[in-house]
Design a protein around this ligand. Structure first.
Ligand code: THU
Length: 158
């Protein structure tokens, strides 16, 4: 038996201005997308935006349901929307941001396990990792170069 360790690397930033211009635009789109969230049960409004290799930006927001599990997270709405509108076009980057009623959220919204699994599948499909950018309402956040960092030991048919 041998004890092993896993190292995960990511970049943190204090303000959106530290990102590339292209990524800043993507963050703006994700913030805008929070306005389309349907979240009467959680009051947690999530926005996601992804940039494709053809230059298109596809957005998504969380869509809740009174039968709670029937709702869907913002990033999965965006990913499935991209798969429907632009099948086979590579994803370059995906942003997730969230806001709530009242106080400003200091923490980023980390994607849930199901969304991570879907991001993993998109990566396998395009055979190339894409950047994942998590941005808090106060503008700080993290950049991951690949879903591999957020979902190590992912399920795959091997
Ligand atoms: N949610 C997302 O849309 N994305 C995330 O990354 C985390 C959670 C949604 C699901 C639900 O509508 C609400 O946020 C509260 O969990």
């Amino acid at each position: 038996m041998k004890k092993q360790e896993l190292k995960i690397s990511f970049v943190s930033f204090q303000s959106i201005g530290e990102l590339t211009k292209k990524d800043q635009k993507l963050v703006e789109k994700a913030i805008e997308a929070t306005k389309t969230a349907y979240a009467p049960y959680s009051d947690f409004y999530v926005g996601s935006a992804l940039r494709l290799a053809n230059g298109k930006i596809v957005i998504g927001s969380n869509q809740e349901n009174s039968a709670y599990p029937s709702g869907l997270c913002a990033e999965r709405v965006a990913l499935f929307q991209a798969g429907t509108l632009f099948p086979g076009v590579e994803i370059e980057a995906l942003v997730i941001t969230a806001r709530t009623k009242g106080k400003k959220l200091k923490a980023v919204a980390n994607p849930c396990g199901s969304c991570r699994q879907v991001m993993h599948e998109s990566t396998v499909r395009q055979n190339k990792p894409f950047k994942i950018i998590l941005v808090s309402e106060i503008g700080h956040g993290y950049v991951y170069d690949s879903i591999e960092s957020l979902l190590p030991f992912s399920f795959k048919f091997e």
